[in-house]
Design a protein around this ligand. Structure first.
Ligand code: ADP
Length: 167
């Protein structure tokens, strides 16, 4: 069967979606005809937001990008990609430490399935310092994360804080 090179998957934890992720999504959607943003559901225990909340945040933040859709997946990324007949994985790169991790993961994915290729997009310099884990750390310390995440993610973060405070 011929490979479909017009579709790509952008996988991640997205806990929560940041402006850096959104930039990668916008740029990947200009390159590929179809973009699937795939929320990893495996490690739900360790995430601030549930899989469904993460999917909802991304769906709302990307609603104007017509060729992007959001899904979630369990298990191995290469299995999920193959099942959907997708052979291109998008990942973002910020720092040298990202590179180290991403390099190992791309090679591992290739050794699991050599038909799947990882394509890297370099962060925009505006977003190179933004990560979900920093956002969570600052949020936990009551800092302002409004300039790092889309409005919908900020609403979810604020709701979570209100729920916690009302307990
Ligand atoms: P994971 O837990 O799979 O690493 P993340 O949600 O942290 O998932 O990130 C998904 C992808 O987006 C990763 O390739 C990561 O390097 C990339 N990414 C995260 N933040 C940024 C950013 N600010 N700019 C560019 N790429 C980013």
């Amino acid at each position: 069967m011929a490979k479909n090179n017009k579709i790509a998957i952008y996988p991640g934890s997205f806990d929560p979606l940041t402006n850096g992720h959104l930039d990668i999504i916008n740029r990947a959607a200009l390159i590929f005809e179809d973009l699937v943003i795939a929320v990893a559901a495996n490690s739900e225990k360790d995430t601030l937001f549930t899989k469904d909340e993460r999917v909802d945040i991304i769906s709302e933040a990307t609603s104007s990008i017509e060729n992007a859709r959001v899904e979630s997946f369990n298990g191995l990324l290469v299995d999920y990609a193959k099942k959907n007949n997708v052979f291109t994985i998008i990942r973002g790169l910020r720092t040298l430490s990202d590179f180290e991790y991403e390099f190992r993961m791309a090679i591992m994915n290739r050794s699991l399935d050599s038909s799947v290729e990882t394509v890297f997009l370099m962060t925009d310099e505006k977003y190179g310092h933004i990560s979900s884990s920093f956002v969570k750390e600052i949020y936990n310390l009551d800092g302002d994360v409004g300039s790092f995440v889309p409005n919908i993610a900020l609403s979810y973060l604020n709701n979570l804080k209100n729920e916690k405070n009302n307990k």
